[in-house]
Design a protein around this ligand. Structure first.
Ligand code: ATP
Length: 497
């Protein structure tokens, strides 16, 4: 969703670096992710697949840690939220009932000369960004307000007229020769069953939420859950995004972490506010400064919602949605009841009443959260002194999210030092992810650990053999201190819980 109003904190060092090099910063993060085994373009040997990415050895650990952190907060630390894992494939009627077959589309426009297709809102937003960058902020704001109004009214003719009036041009062909504005469905479809059997068209789920709705009664009954309660799930979702760009921000295959909270009708406002606050607090618990976040209230509500907002984060390319909070009313359950002809009501023993619960959902993209965490963590530090030029690239992940928690580095490959280091490895590896390395100078090994965001490194040296101590080096401060081998585990564990 589009950022509503950018209110930059000009005092913030982040804002200054944004002004200077936001594009380069994103490019630097992308290159770093590839060079250090975080994220690769999918099937790269065949030149990749647009807007599809693979997570490498460190990226998959980071992804898992973020997913686990979300899962812990949304299930284990809650009294009344349970998790499920529904299939990606669902009965095709699911998507009819949810409204996705008829409504899951975006207004698109084609440039007749370049044949390039644009999402109308992205095209206009891009132009507004250009206006703002050239100091015409009030004009940009007026344009976006007008666009919101036209989108809310589904006024496609008006949108086309706006694009023509502003003489917005295609970035590829450079012309303003536009087609009519049309809707384009974002769902991928495929066939279930072999060709010889009666093939049936099904969809790859465009959101994980529907797996929760169709299991609502199964979970409620078998879990003996009382309203209010929630069901959480993480998993892949697929959207045939037209303008797929900005790295893992907008992908065609991505992962969502969603929670549907089932409530009494009439209490949705209160729960909507509750989850807005709770979810913002979760983001802040990652150690990110509050001025990097803001809420954006939706003007045009999705077909299922009676209130909705996004939590936006200041990505290197500007404030963009990372999570949506939606008050979905009883839209989904009511429709599933109608289409399936199965009762999906809940009996509220306190009210002595049957009703279809209302739902407030929180829906966050795992990949976008990864990009947020990477954008926060990535730092190029100048370490030059009077007599030596030096610098490092470091990922300052919160230790609980870092792919590797502890590097164990024997100073040399001989004289019993590797044996001591391996004993440390054996005592720590069942508790948290460790990395053992003997090659290269200690300085080079430290820099490699900085580049993948390892918060602690311990070096085993000749003194270790005599007094059972090691040197611990802290990634962020680069400070080093001598500690007993016995203390390593506790120091690390204290920081990663
Ligand atoms: P956008 O307006 O950016 O297309 P949306 O409002 O359609 O996003 P939702 O349907 O609310 O997104 O999905 C919930 C979350 O899923 C989003 O906040 C985002 O983090 C994530 N998400 C949605 N589409 C994508 C995508 N194509 N690639 C990566 N993450 C996505």
């Amino acid at each position: 969703m589009r950022p509503k109003e950018l209110v930059p904190d000009v005092q913030s060092p982040y804002f200054c670096s944004l002004m200077a090099n936001d594009h380069q910063r994103l490019q630097a993060i992308i290159s770093h992710c590839k060079e250090y085994g975080f994220i690769f373009p999918s099937s790269e040997i065949y030149d990749g697949l647009s807007a599809v990415y693979d997570y490498g050895q460190y990226g998959s650990e980071l992804k898992k840690n973020i997913r686990d952190y979300w899962w812990k907060h949304m299930t284990q630390l809650q009294d009344n939220i349970v998790g499920i894992d529904a299939a990606i494939f669902m009965h095709p009627t699911t998507w009819k009932a949810s409204g996705h077959v008829d409504n899951f589309s975006d207004p698109m426009i084609d440039n007749k000369d370049s044949q390039k297709r644009y999402r109308v809102d992205h095209l206009i937003e891009g132009f507004a960004d250009e206006l703002e960058a050239s100091g015409r902020k009030s004009e940009a704001d007026a344009l976006l307000a007008e666009m919101d109004k036209l989108l809310a009214a589904s006024d496609f003719e008006g949108l086309k007229k706006l694009i023509e009036e502003k003489n917005i041009k295609c970035s590829v062909g450079g012309t303003a020769n536009w087609s009519e504005v049309r809707q384009f469905n974002l769902m991928f479809s495929t066939q279930l069953g072999s060709v010889s059997e009666e093939a049936s068209e099904i969809y790859l789920r465009p959101e994980t939420a529907q797996g929760i709705f169709v299991n609502f009664l199964n979970v409620q009954k078998t879990g003996r859950l009382k309203i209010p309660f929630g069901i959480a799930q993480t998993g892949k979702a697929f959207r045939n995004e037209i303008v797929a760009r900005q790295f893992i921000f907008r992908m065609r295959e991505f992962e969502q972490m969603e929670m549907q909270f089932f409530i009494r009708p009439g209490t949705q406002k209160q729960w909507y506010e509750h989850w807005k606050e709770a979810r913002m607090n979760w983001h802040l618990s990652l150690g990110i400064s509050p001025d990097k976040f803001r809420f954006h209230d939706h003007v045009k509500l999705a077909h299922y919602a009676d209130a909705a907002c996004d939590i936006e984060y200041a990505f290197p390319m500007g404030f963009r949605e990372v999570e949506g909070i939606h008050s979905r009313t009883d839209f989904d359950l009511k429709n599933h009841q109608e289409y399936s002809k199965k009762k999906l009501t809940y009996f509220d023993t306190e009210l002595n009443q049957h009703y279809i619960p209302y739902v407030v959902e929180t829906s966050i993209g795992l990949d976008r959260t990864i990009l947020m965490v990477l954008s926060e963590a990535y730092l190029e530090e100048d370490l030059s002194t009077a007599d030596k030029k030096d610098s490092r690239v470091v990922l300052k992940f919160p230790p609980k999210l870092a792919p590797i928690k502890l590097a164990i580095l024997p100073l040399v490959k001989k004289d019993g030092l590797p044996e001591i280091a391996k004993e440390i490895l054996a005592s720590c590896r069942s508790r948290f992810r460790c990395f053992y390395e003997e090659k290269d100078t200690i300085g080079k090994r430290y820099r490699r650990m900085d580049a993948i965001g390892t918060p602690f490194s311990v070096t085993v040296d000749y003194q270790s053999a005599q007094d059972q101590t090691v040197t611990i080096r802290y990634r962020d401060s680069m400070k080093q201190e001598r500690i007993p081998i016995d203390a390593i585990r506790e120091i690390v564990e204290k920081q990663i819980l």
